[in-house]
Design a protein around this ligand. Structure first.
Ligand SMILES: NC(=O)c1ccc[n+]([C@@H]2O[C@H](COP(=O)([O-])OP(=O)(O)OC[C@H]3O[C@@H](n4cnc5c(N)ncnc54)[C@H](OP(=O)(O)O)[C@@H]3O)[C@@H](O)[C@H]2O)c1
Length: 299
């Protein structure tokens, strides 16, 4: 069983939960990130980019396994999908081979495929191919939307619904997603490292049932006890809005935009999977979206 684990992106929304869970499970955790966010207490920190070979070699020293989480939902500056998904994964795989580290649990995303409309999904698929062909002992996870404190989706719509009488729904809002709590994602990464049966497996991580975008927003409003109008934003208008945000946020705030055109492409297709797969393989089961939100806001 691995005990020294490098978590790339271990300071992010999912990475914080993964690092916390691994430390609670008795592992030694080293986190690699550029250092814009605090690390989990008890984790070692190697500060630098996953694209730097020297940093990777330093971070891998003495490790038995890698959880590779670094990825982006919005491009900013030189952090493009191609660099952060494909090039970063190629560098991690190559550094692992050079440093004799054999176990890799890799973060992909539900919907990753080479012919997807979005570049996010296409570059995630290309990264998966590198992992599958790496010769390492790999497991690939494909989560649906993960939610919890500090996320980018539920928290955003919760904030909007606090002050606004209307909530924007991009397009028809009928496409289905299968959100799951971030803690369940962290649990899956932890169990994979302890379960040899997950090697060479690509595993969907999804909530118990598919929900449309509208149903997700209605559930959020129900849990928060708010009555708001869900208003459809036609796709051409949503694209224009996303394009403006893509220009304004990096230049004015030096930050990634809260919405981009690639995300809109993803929201126009169903993003669902089979919850039984993770249950059969690792005993992972999860709560309904409503129960998960109650835990997120009230526990
Ligand atoms: N959130 C979801 O619902 C969801 C669903 C499916 C899949 N995923 C995937 O899960 C992964 C993590 O997502 P997240 O939501 O936790 O993202 P996040 O909160 O943005 O975290 C990204 C992490 O990567 C680090 N990072 C970014 N660029 C880096 C670089 N060049 N070198 C080293 N570290 C770097 C960040 O730290 P610094 O900025 O300090 O470097 C941070 O620790 C991504 O691959 C994402 O595609 C997420």
């Amino acid at each position: 069983m691995p005990v020294n684990i490098l978590v790339t992106g271990g300071t992010g929304f999912i990475g914080t939960q993964v690092a916390t869970r691994l430390i609670a499970g008795g592992h030694q955790v080293r986190v690699l990130s550029r250092g814009t966010k605090p690390t989990v207490s008890g984790a070692q920190w190697v500060r630098g980019s996953v694209l730097e070979e020297g940093t990777l070699a330093e971070a891998l020293h003495g490790c038995d396994a890698v959880v590779h989480l670094v990825g982006i939902i919005s491009e900013i500056g030189s952090q493009t999908f191609e660099r952060m998904h494909i090039e970063a994964t190629a560098k991690v795989v190559s550094a692992m081979r050079q440093n004799g580290v054999n176990r890799l649990v890799h973060m992909s995303a539900l919907g990753a495929r080479s012919n997807a409309p979005s570049r996010y999904h296409r570059t995630k698929a290309a990264a998966e191919a590198l992992v599958r062909e790496s010769g390492l002992a790999w497991t690939i996870f494909r989560p649906s939307l993960a939610y919890g404190r500090g996320d980018g989706f539920v928290t955003l719509f919760d904030r909007i619904s606090r002050w606004s009488p209307i909530i924007p729904v991009f397009g028809s809002g009928t496409n289905q997603l299968q959100p799951l709590p971030v803690r369940t994602v962290a649990e899956a990464f932890s169990r994979a490292l302890e379960n040899i049966g997950t090697v060479s497996q690509i595993v969907d991580l999804v909530g118990p049932q598919p929900l449309s975008f509208r149903e997700i927003l209605r559930t959020l409003l129900l849990v928060r006890g708010r009555r708001r109008w869900l208003v459809s934003v036609p796709m051409p208008l949503a694209r224009l809005q996303a394009r403006l945000l893509e220009t304004i946020f990096p230049t004015v705030f030096g930050a990634a935009p809260p919405l981009n055109r690639d995300q809109l492409l993803m929201l126009q297709e169903d993003n669902v999977g089979d919850p039984q797969q993770a249950e059969r393989l690792m005993g992972i089961s999860t709560v309904s979206f409503k129960q998960g939100l109650q835990g997120m806001f009230f526990d």
